[in-house]
Design a protein around this ligand. Structure first.
Ligand SMILES: Cc1ncc(COP(=O)(O)O)c(C=O)c1O
Length: 385
């Protein structure tokens, strides 16, 4: 089976894990945790890093660190992995869902329109005209590893003349560059969150991190993540068991050495897919970017009047190829229906007939060819419009 995105750990990492297993430093203390935090700060050129047990807990800490009461709102995308929105709901923050562009990322024209037309500012605070609630942040996602034009987002927020935090869910974009820049994703928002879940470009089986230049946010987050521990057996608030373990930190530290190599491989893979699909008008590569600003899952949209997602996935499965549909938009999930949506009418259509293709760093050229040919065969045989 050609898998979607299998993890690949190096032999050196396995040796390092053996060493740490023998050392017995397996819990949330151990030197590799702070080493990892220094390394992630350096990679992203930010002052602080709090390494967490997963990306979801990093997002939860990000929201906890900026909320001031329960009646607040955050503008976010209508399409992402579920953790993005759940982090808001854990904190009684209401999401305002915006539409996505063709590349599946937050639509920045809509962000601009929403802030210009649907909000007002009082005492440098942004309020939602519809609910009169405070909007404390914009939470954007580098979905499927594809980055956005961060400078444009910052400009839009600045133009509002209100204090609005910029939070980046960079769970899927480790090592990518912001669109149109040479800056590493995760480095320019007020708070950025990473994930090292098993299907990501670099994994420690589970793991995450919160990145920031803000001393207050960092101190708050690392204290909360460490059970609000003041000193041994003395805790001064409701804390969380959110720190990464020394075992996971060891895996990550070792694997991060291969990040640049893996990014190069990714670039190669997406370029090959692009060449194979070049002449086919019914297969559109969604998050292809010559600058290499996407580095996780490679997606295509099949141009068809009919809904063919299930059919193509099972066709590929019969050919021993694992593919999967795009996330279901938040606006389609029952438990999220009550939250405000803005211009999201065609979100379902944007996502329709989009699938994620095998994109792992170890993918061979002949495998990319097989996947591409299978898709082209499906399109030629089954799509008549
Ligand atoms: C966009 C996005 N946000 C957040 C997360 C949460 O990360 P974790 O699974 O490490 O909790 C993930 C993925 O796994 C993700 O893809």
């Amino acid at each position: 089976m050609i898998k979607l995105h299998p993890p690949k750990l190096s032999n050196k990492t396995i040796k390092n894990v053996n060493k740490v297993l023998r050392s017995n430093w397996l819990s949330t203390s151990g030197k590799n945790i702070s080493r990892l935090e220094v390394k992630l700060s350096k990679i992203h050129n930010v002052k602080y890093c709090c390494a967490t047990i997963n990306g979801t807990s990093a997002l939860d800490l990000a929201i906890k660190s900026i909320k001031t009461d329960d009646n607040e709102e955050i503008i976010t995308t209508g399409l992402s992995w579920i953790s993005t929105v759940n982090a808001l709901l854990y904190n009684n923050i209401s999401p305002i869902f915006l539409n996505v562009s063709k590349d599946l990322n937050l639509n920045l024209d809509d962000l601009e329109k929403f802030i210009q037309n649907e909000t007002y500012v009082k005492n440098k605070t942004l309020f939602n005209k519809k609910t009169n609630k405070k909007i404390i942040a914009v939470l954007f996602v580098n979905l499927y590893g594809k980055t956005l034009d961060i400078h444009r987002i910052k400009k839009i927020i600045k133009a509002s003349k209100a204090k609005v935090y910029l939070i980046e869910d960079a769970a899927e974009s480790l090592g990518a560059k912001y669109s149109g820049t040479k800056k590493t994703a995760g480095s320019l928002a007020d708070i950025s969150c990473l994930s090292f879940n098993a299907n990501k470009i670099i994994t420690s089986s589970c793991g995450g991190a919160l990145l920031t230049n803000d001393t207050k946010i960092y101190k708050f987050s690392s204290h909360k993540a460490n059970q609000c521990k003041k000193k041994n057996f003395y805790n001064d608030g409701v804390g969380y068991n959110y720190k990464i373990t020394n075992l996971n930190a060891t895996i990550l530290l070792s694997e991060l050495q291969y990040l640049n190599k893996k990014i190069k491989k990714k670039k190669n893979i997406i370029e090959k897919y692009s060449t194979f699909f070049k002449k086919n008008e019914k297969v559109k590569l969604l998050n292809y970017d010559k600058d290499g600003t996407n580095n996780w899952l490679i997606n295509v949209k099949i141009v068809s009047k009919k809904k063919i997602t299930k059919k193509i996935i099972s066709y590929l499965e019969k050919n021993n190829i694992e593919a999967r549909p795009i996330f279901i938009p938040f606006t389609e999930l029952k438990y999220l229906k009550k939250y405000q949506k803005y211009r999201t009418k065609n979100l379902k259509n944007i996502v329709e007939n989009c699938i994620s293709l095998p994109s792992g760093t170890e993918l061979k050229t002949k495998e990319i060819k097989k996947v591409s040919n299978s898709i082209i065969n499906f399109v030629n045989e089954k799509i008549k419009n």
